[in-house]
Design a protein around this ligand. Structure first.
Ligand code: DP6
Length: 318
């Protein structure tokens, strides 16, 4: 009745922002992401006769997350399941726009499924993870992943494996610590108050077509252009929400400037930013050293992390 799984966060290049169904946590828009390799969350689930579920994250009790974890376990193992002791260990900061919930829930469903031998297929597990956190569904798969949104539920398509197009991501950490507004709450606020929200949703399919084609043709310039545009559109929706949802700081803007300078010199790199102040620079392998050097030298950057692309969530020995 015990199993462990590991998963990595994913970074959306065409973003998910908005919910079509809050109850089922169904996204309003499709998205396209890359799964990382070197930032990892390991989840261990042990079902037993203990009276309540428990959750330890990086060695400390985490009551705030426990409700979501319990509801996710109900989906995988059924509501009549035994209670579970869940432990989570990660090698990167939580709640700071590095998609820690994506890797956590992806690993959780895989570990829980194994622990109770339910044998759900991958799409079913991805849908269960997505109910807990929309972006988590994508971390069930490796490399380039497209998530399609629909009233009947999400679909997932792996578009290319990590080895097919081995891009790298340099993450510039500009602030550690939890974000001011959770992404779920921010999305709801945007849908209710941003005058740009409707056109954000309406135009998403066009961006997905461009990004999907760019991945299939390994067309870096086209993927760069659509990813930056989509990221800035999402943040425009956030900024025009009431009250505004602003995740950037001065160093975030400094990083964008540094990336612009690299691009002007012909370096193959582009940026994306999620619900946090960190900047993710996506580049080719030969550009990593220069990109990292430029971001490390940007005022306000605390440190940088580098990751290639990796596989989807998988079981590991307990
Ligand atoms: C900006 O998956 O964290 O990173 O479904 O409410 O848990 P919930 O939201 P979450 O949102 C991710 C938002 C994003 C964009 C993305 O990853 O696509």
């Amino acid at each position: 009745m015990q199993a462990s799984a590991e998963a990595q966060p994913n970074i959306a290049l065409v973003k998910y922002w908005g919910k079509r169904d809050r109850e089922r946590n169904l996204p309003a828009v499709g998205s396209l992401s890359i799964t990382l390799a070197s930032l990892r969350t390991r989840m261990t689930v042990r079902f037993s006769d203990q009276p309540t579920d428990t959750l330890i994250v990086n060695g400390q009790e985490a009551p705030a997350m426990l409700g979501r974890v319990s509801r996710c376990l109900d989906l995988v193992a059924g509501r009549n399941r035994q209670r579970a002791a869940v432990t989570s260990d990660g090698n990167f900061p939580i709640g700071a726009g590095l998609a820690s919930s994506a890797s956590a829930f992806a690993a959780l469903v895989v570990a829980a499924d194994e622990a109770v031998h339910t044998g759900h297929d991958r799409l079913t597990l991805a849908r269960m993870a997505g109910t807990a956190s929309g972006s988590a569904a994508r971390s069930l798969y490796g490399g380039f992943v497209e998530l399609t949104a629909g009233d009947g539920g999400i679909g997932l398509t792996p578009l290319a494996a990590p080895a097919d197009w081995p891009l790298e991501v340099v993450v510039a950490i500009t602030e550690e610590g939890p974000k001011p507004v959770g992404s779920g709450d921010g999305m709801i606020r945007s849908a209710q108050t941003s005058p740009f929200y409707a056109s954000w949703v309406e135009r998403q399919e066009a961006d997905l077509v461009v990004a999907r084609t760019a991945v299939s043709n390994r067309d870096f310039a086209s993927l760069a252009a659509v990813s930056e545009h989509n990221c800035l559109k999402m943040h425009s929706v956030m900024w025009t929400s009431r009250p505004p949802v602003v995740y950037w700081n001065e160093a975030t803007i400094g990083c964008l400037e540094a990336i612009r300078l690299l691009q002007a010199k012909g370096v193959p790199v582009f940026f994306t930013i999620d619900a946090g102040p960190q900047v993710k620079a996506v580049c080719t392998a030969d550009a990593v050293a220069g990109v990292r050097g430029a971001l490390d030298a940007t005022p306000g950057v605390l440190r940088t992390l580098v990751s290639g692309l990796g596989e989807g969530a998988r079981l590991v020995p307990s």
